[in-house]
Design a protein around this ligand. Sequence first.
Ligand code: NAI
Length: 399
Amino acid sequence: MTKIVLLEKIHPSAVEHLRGQGFTDITEIPRALSGKELAAALADADAVGIRSTTHLTAEVLAGLPRLDVIGCFCIGTNQVDLTAAMALGIPVFNAPYSNTRSVAELVIAQAILLLRRIPEKNARAHRGIWDKSAQGAYEVRNKTLGIIGYGNIGAQVGILAESVGMRVFYYDPESKLPLGNARPVPTLEALLAQADVVTMHVPGGAATTDLLTAERIACMKPTAVLINASRGGVVDIAALNTALREQRLAGAALDVFPVEPKSEKDEFVSPLRGLDNVILTPHIGGSTEEAQDNIGREVADKLARFLSAGTTRSAVNFPEVPHIEKAATSRILNVHRNVPGVIASMNACFAESGLNIVAQQLQTRGSIGYAITDVDAPISEELMRKLCGAPSTIRCHLV
Ligand code: NAI
């Protein structure tokens, strides 16, 4: 029976989904493990689910020969040695898009609050000042939203923004299909010059570090506001701070920062602290109950599909084979070194055993290949031994 171990208090939606797919041997451990405790807990596991605290290093993985698949019930996968997992033939799954809607909703809320000058009104009310002035407070209707990075979140923000009557423009270096009435803009500067609300949804990394420079901030209208819920490094914070203090920008909402506290015990330090027209949130754009529920379901579904059919679509470290229903009696999953002749010799083994191949899928990625083969009769133990023992085989099993 397939044994699944879930660590770190994964949302109950995961167990519910796995049970619904027929997996009943599920052990839940509500905390992160390490060292001997981790090795013991996973010794006979076929699948493991973790969040961000349990570290599956090359050393840990090498001690788990039975482990077939890893599910990261979160967005990031830094806690797993992806290269080591790939070399051992273990696919790793995560949930990169489960919190898209949560981020998009927060951005729309921030756009409305900033254009209405609510952060200042709120701060003043807390200080006992009854400021009823309508000056500088605007509806979002008919205002222009400029989206930098029209990926999953950016496109979703665009759809929600249109539903409250905003005009949507976006800049993305890749050609993207516009949703709704959104329109692409050829340059970032052109987008910045016309937007009343600028929102950033780009990936992190060297290519986007300080994407919003002092020069680009200077392209924005003084009445415009900036929202960043993507990565902290994409905005030049010193330049933003100066622009806000010199009233060359009307306000900002930031959920991510170049340096973020590692834990609740560390102080959050930012030059933007204390500015009444700035909303600061502690990287919670995607942190909702719904997102956690979605993450549980999404990763559980990927684990279930792999365990029952070998599907590796959207694995972060593995050749991707889409979900295909089993077409015959037996399905063999074969992870092998990506060298010439592997499929030919594997298929020769099937032929010698009198087995007919009904369907076969092969994908390669870097040094490994992954083949799913459906054959029309049961596979003997002898044939499995032969396939597993082939010099190029990394891992071979039946589902
Ligand atoms: P995605 O990969 O679907 O979209 C990113 C888009 O940015 C792509 O269309 C890409 O072509 C575009 N892009 C890349 N370089 C660009 C550039 N120089 N200028 C303009 N566009 C550029 O990513 P997704 O899922 O939409 O996430 C966007 C960001 O949001 C990521 O940085 C992610 O880490 C962050 N995020 C933040 C969360 C939070 O809690 N605040 C939660 C979830 C994601």
